[in-house]
Design a protein around this ligand. Sequence first.
Ligand code: 13P
Length: 252
Amino acid sequence: MTKKRLVIANWKMYVHTPLEAKKFAQSLRRKTRAFAGVEAALAPSFALLPVVAAALKGSSVRVGAQTLSGHEEGAHTGDVSAAMVKAAGGTFSIIGHSERRLTEDNEYVHKQLVLAATNGLAPVLCVGECERSQDGAHFSFIAEQIRSALTGSQSLAGKLVVAYEPVWAIGKSAVDAMKPEVVRETVIFIRKTLAEVLPREQAMRIPILYGGSVEPENAKELFIEGGVSGFLVGHASAQVDSFVGILQACKK
Ligand code: 13P
């Protein structure tokens, strides 16, 4: 994750078969000139990761996982380790997505982050409140997610990406996304919190993405006015044309 502008497709369980995944990847590969200057990344399910990685080999599009195990190896039925993601062709992993945090706590997220980094995967750390409150409690909630994930792991900062995903804005239509000015305010808060935990210079360089009902229709406004480096996209990333539309919204 090097370029400043970055859009990651979190396919969740929207893309189902190897054939569907391969066709998407091949089509995206043919369109890379249309979004030159913006880094694209795909996070398919584990079952589809090898086929997507093979289809994008040698291209500028990155491939990674939607989560990984907080254990290094051993008796963990159904888990996929960071080393396995790497061996399957992944170069990053989403960590701490709110749909995973239903059963995974801050301590577990910290372990995942360390395992990602020690196995050479860029961690994409998701943070975000379930609801916003008048008294600003959502800020303390986000700060705690960041501190618990990163404290004692300052060496992770080099490859880290942070995705701000307010849980209440996920999975809806573009009109329900967070307002760009509120995204901006929260991104500034996240950056400030990162600078408390990590060396300031590094904290300033970490890409901060927004996720939650991003679609081609609202991406440009969110990108320009939200002060983000790009997006983590769910439902609108499952069709190649809408994903490319979002990538193009982040072009200079
Ligand atoms: P939607 O784009 O479907 O709101 O999902 C956001 C998300 O959870 C990406 O990780």
